[in-house]
Design a protein around this ligand. Structure first.
Ligand code: VGL
Length: 251
């Protein structure tokens, strides 16, 4: 039906063109009016066709979520474990969401949420002499300003917050839970999500771990390269290779 409508539309366009172009034809105002009507009708048909194709695609298309990983003050310039350009990534994520270029059924923001050092829970993730690969300076202490989402990050009002790392280091968002204690896997599953875009900080640690776990959970996974930043160049390159090898699309 769509192709016959298209053929009809093409025919009308050609006929309209001939009327306009026929040598010696003086298009009087009545004819011009007719052409305007045909133009308007054509635009309506085109709009309806776009709607039909959008709905048909909608049925086939993936249900996608955006996972924004750890875009927190401590991982941005000025924070205790600053990732270069973390603040710029935060702004870009906000712009990407505002652009509406991709439709997300859910937006999830993960947050590192660690106990204070020296507290009752021994926390091997922190060190006074961190090696910046397995141990780190204290960061994202529960309730501290460093743990807040970066002010450049604007999320939709219905974004879901997933916190992780309360008892031990948790690089992957899939180790976290939302306010209702649902795991990330659970809440994505219950929303019928089959595909995720992963963005945020840091490429070589929490973004990688989250993307790999998303893949392991059977989701189709893209990492959006303009919307991530890493701790160090070497480990970032390695992380991107590992993700690609696991079937993650780095776009
Ligand atoms: C992260 C290092 C330590 C991250 C978290 O969010 O990538 N990196 N803790």
């Amino acid at each position: 039906m769509r192709s016959s409508t298209k053929r009809a539309a093409t025919g009308i366009i050609l006929a309209g063109g001939l009327v306009l172009l026929r040598p010696g034809t003086h298009a009087n105002s009545a004819a011009r009016h007719q052409i305007d009507l045909v133009g308007r009708r054509l635009r309506q048909v085109a709009g309806r066709l776009r709607g039909v194709s959008y709905r048909m695609r909608g049925r086939r298309e993936m249900r996608r979520a955006l996972i924004v990983v750890d875009v927190q003050n401590d991982f941005c310039p000025g924070g205790s474990l600053a990732v270069e350009n973390g603040d710029i990534v935060a702004s870009r994520i906000s712009q990407w969401l505002a652009s509406g270029d991709e439709h997300y059924e859910r937006v999830v923001a993960t947050m590192d949420w660690h106990p204070p050092p020296g507290g009752p829970v021994p926390f091997a993730h922190f060190s006074d002499n961190p090696d910046y690969a397995t141990t780190w300076p204290p960061h994202c202490i529960q309730g501290s300003a460093g743990a807040d989402l970066h002010p450049n990050l604007s999320l939709p009002a219905d974004a879901i917050i997933v916190r992780k790392g309360q008892a031990a280091a948790a690089y992957s968002g899939f180790e976290g839970h939302d306010e209702q204690d649902r795991s990330l896997a659970e809440l994505l599953r219950s929303a019928g999500i089959d595909s995720v875009d992963v963005v945020g900080l840091a490429t070589d640690y929490c973004v990688k771990a989250t993307a790999m776990d998303a893949k392991a959970n059977g989701l189709s996974v893209r990492v959006l390269s303009r919307l991530i930043a890493g701790v160090a160049p070497d480990s970032t390159e390695r992380a991107l290779d590992e993700m690609r090898a696991a079937g993650v699309t780095v776009r």
